[in-house]
Design a protein around this ligand. Sequence first.
Ligand SMILES: *Cc1c(COP(=O)(O)O)cnc(C)c1O
Length: 412
Amino acid sequence: MPVTQTLEADVLRRQDPELAEILLGELDRQSTTLQLIAAENFTSPAVLAALGSPLANKYAEGYPGARHHGGCEIVDVAERVAIDRARSLFGADHANVQSHSGSSAVLAAYAALLRPGDTVLAMGLAFGGHLTHGSPANFSGRWFDFVGYGVEADTGLIDYEQVRALARTHRPKAVVCGSISYPRHIDYAAFREIADEVGAYLIADAAHPIGLVAGGAAPNPVPYADVVCATTHKVLRGPRGGMILCGAELAERVDRAVFPFTQGGAQMHTIAAKAVAFGEAATPAFRAYAHQVVAHARTLAAALEAEGLAITTGGTDTHLLTADPAPLGVDGRTARGRLAAAGMVLDTCALPHGDARGLRLGTAALTTQGMGDAEMERIAVLFAGVLRDDIDGRQAREEVRELTGRFPPYPG
Ligand SMILES: *Cc1c(COP(=O)(O)O)cnc(C)c1O
């Protein structure tokens, strides 16, 4: 298969065996452990081929038809295809596909709509807000005045009346909806109404669910938000990168906020790979995939709950779930370490109640590998067994190896 061919290519082996070894080692790690990190996926060999193409050589500052460099006639076509496919996939008037990452997309959205010092209402970091939603360690927290909303301690759900009350009190210039760990659908209509009530822009940071949106398995923020920021590498299964969707009236402001305000030359190999991923995401097979990802997350949540873990909101509508392992007598950090030793790779995350860290899991990568409900149930048993210490870590590691051996992410 192309991936191993690329990695084993004699060229890299001969020229730089040290790096060839590292790349193959990482392929082996990804193929023999369970990728439960909710933000990860296995992109296709076609996407990897575009990423490894000579488009990586091309300088292309500006936009198709208006570049600061010569020789852009072919990459212009690639970017136009990416834009058209994104617009049609998400029903957006305008798409900017140049953002280097999800965070750069959010930076550009703020640059398009806000001035330093403006007030922004976003989910608090302790409840699942992203770094770009006002962390003091991030540009967002330094340049804007963030007010955080939370989730209800008992249900784990967004309290829309609290969001409305905070908006009325603080009169933000923008309201941000989107999270790194919220397992339920977001009510974009409710956020739109709140933003309208106080004359704020609505920015949807749909980095996580955008792949489900593409597959019709989650509500589309495009009809509601002024600007939608997203990544292309999570459930959407494209290359690492970002994009921005908006209406025609903000198109020019958004484009100028990406280039020249926050970025230089576009990464044309990544843009071509985004186009390939958008093409894949428009197929019936991807639609089926997106629905399976959600079904598998529900199965995994129910199976972990049956094993005694406390599942935030009691389940999920999406590809991710968050769980408190405390009922099994172990804290989130210890749990992550023990699971990693057994070949189950995942993140800790904030939980709605208290300061204890929970666990965040997703099913996007497992589903791409072809795993199904039976595997989710088996994984839940292993997972809880390792945490309870009834299953020896080494034995679990062997079972994970056997399981992943049956579902290679890159067969051959
Ligand atoms: C993943 C994520 C981002 C950032 O994406 P990067 O590509 O890592 O910069 C931003 N916002 C949210 C809500 C995310 O989940």
